[in-house]
Write a protein that binds this ligand. Structure first.
Ligand SMILES: Cc1cc2nc3c(=O)[nH]c(=O)nc-3n(C[C@H](O)[C@H](O)[C@H](O)COP(=O)(O)O)c2cc1C
Length: 193
């Protein structure tokens, strides 16, 4: 088993101007940085200048920082708001830039909503899609329902119960990412040598 830190980037999945998901992503990213077994990097879909006339893995090379991060990654945290019970289109566009780079790596979801379900519907709707990317989904999500009431105007989280929830969420992701890294290194597959 490798003692190397797990590399687990996080992706903020909306470019909406006044997004509350930004507060959530920042808070989760800080929790990940506190863990000694995790190395992380925060990506923001706002920073992907997607062309209007092309799409998918054929333009993945135009985003080398993202591609290199996913090649190096042991897993991924996706922070997504719920938009009409689904995900923001730009999040799908960013995920679709790559394919084989995700295979046999872990993914964990953070759901954000104005309503009372904390993004459970968007997370459930994304599971078949990330499966097709080759990602393996954890079963411990982190949910932020009624998100407007969760943070103060400076973006500080008001509910201390989230510390324990984030610990459990990250424990599960670390287990999955560690196990899958062991598998990628020790069990042959046509997808990795
Ligand atoms: C296009 C759109 C659709 C939305 N659909 C839902 C929804 O289905 N359920 C819900 O609880 N909130 C919905 N919301 C509200 C968002 O969940 C809310 O804005 C929340 O703060 C998270 O998104 P944000 O990061 O953009 O702020 C929607 C917002 C937008 C912009």
């Amino acid at each position: 088993m490798s003692d190397k830190k797990l590399f687990l980037p996080a992706l903020l999945g909306t470019n909406r101007k006044d997004r509350s998901s930004g507060h959530v992503a920042k808070w989760v990213f800080e929790k990940m940085q506190e863990r000694e077994e995790i190395e992380t990097q925060l990506f923001d879909v706002r920073n992907f200048e997607l062309p209007r006339d092309h799409y998918g893995t054929e333009i993945g090379h135009l985003f080398p920082e993202w591609r290199d991060a996913i090649i190096k990654a042991d897993g991924l945290v996706i922070v997504t708001p719920e938009y009409n019970h689904s995900h923001p289109g730009i999040l799908k566009s960013v995920l679709d830039l790559l394919l084989k780079e995700y295979i046999h790596k872990a993914v964990a979801f953070v759901g954000v909503s104005a309503g009372p379900w904390g993004g459970t519907r968007v997370i459930e709707s994304m599971v078949p899609m990330v499966r097709e990317l080759g990602l393996a989904v954890t079963f411990s999500d982190l949910n932020f329902p009624s998100v407007a009431s969760k943070f103060d105007k400076d973006g500080n989280l008001l509910d201390t119960a989230y510390d324990k929830r984030a610990a459990g969420f990250l424990d599960e992701l670390v287990w999955m990412a560690t196990t899958l890294r062991w598998g990628r290194l020790n069990v042959s597959s046509k997808y990795h040598s």
